[in-house]
Design a protein around this ligand. Sequence first.
Ligand SMILES: [Zn+2]
Length: 446
Amino acid sequence: MPMNTPAAPLRRKMIAGGGALLLLPVVPRLAQAATILAVRTWPADEYTRVTLEMDTELKAEHFTLDSPHRLVVDIEGLRLNPALNDLVSKIRPNDPYISTVRAGQNRPDVVRLVFDLKQDVAPQVFTLKPIGEYKYRLVLDLYPKVAQDPLMALLKDADNDPLAGILENLAQDSPTEAPIPSVEGQKLPPTARKQPDDTPPPQPRAAPGVRTGRPILIALDPGHGGEDPGAIGRRGTREKDIVLQIAHRLKKLIDAQPNMRAYLTRDRDYFVPLNVRVQKARRVQADLFISIHADAWIKPSARGSSVWALSQNGATSSAARWLAKKENDADLIGGVNLGAHNAQVAKVLLDLSTGAQINDSIRVGTQVLGEIGKINQLHKNRIERAGFAVLKAPDIPSILIETAFISNPQEEQLLRTAAHQQRIANAVFSGIRDYFSAQPALARRE
Ligand SMILES: [Zn+2]
């Protein structure tokens, strides 16, 4: 569990009065007062999240104020306590959205939080029921007023890149069929403000490296993040940290190629919903999507790497089904505001056929599995398939790699070392390179 704050004792109000009154066991209002169990903050460029974890579900109302920009959140059924003051110290100076926060007892049972902001926000405030290790959570997500375009993030990376010009062109004729992931209340950036009727007819995408000089773009997707630690090893190693480190190593290898570039669906420790990961990859027109994970099983003896592709009609085994469910639960543990994310987009993704995608995924997965087999024991020596939500981009070959079992003490130890992380990155990279050199024109775009 990240950054837990020990439960703070409630400050109980003394009841003045006769002895008879003191014999009453419970005062109604105190019965409703909640205890804050933990306060966590997850600052990121994409959005900053503040989570209050409590022993009961609380109602919250919010509004924003201008000049200067502030977000005001009123939480009902709560009294000011030390855990809340903790929140003040958890706002980091480099938070892109929050400069400070103040907490006060606004009414007898209402705590008011006032966030002083660095920019205008489109806030999402919602509650989550207990799941996994968590009790009730009140989540405050501070998104920028104008949604971030993943293409811009790709460009920001490309400052000294000889391919910068090509990437910029790519951003300019940004595809309209892959919308920018956004939440309710957010505007889209200017480039995407085309009216539907003056949208040019969709052009077939040019194959990377052919004629246009367009680089092969690979979306790397480090699993979990933020509120969702993923699997946790016996020594406390968190899947979300290990897979991010491996993804950064793999990105370096890819970016060192003259005709390849990598894009990270998350570049630090914050939570990205599964469908947003898919949308981001589509938005940057990725040619390949690689989700990176570490496995866990009840028995510590389970070990080895595995590579997965999407299945639309059932998993290859009951263990496969179990694993896909566990990975898909990331949204529940990480915390998604149901309704705020573009439900339409998710539906469109599900409706499109993915048969060709799956064939290509198995092809690239087989190459990657072969290379990983040279550096680590394989859990299964063929591609397995299950209904992973994150592999559902209909037009991008997508695989999920379980690099090793973090629940196996030896493999956990290996995953912690830079040398082994690099071996994994090297192996995955070799597999990717083999796949693309076997089909330079990307046969999948018929
Ligand atoms: Zn995972």
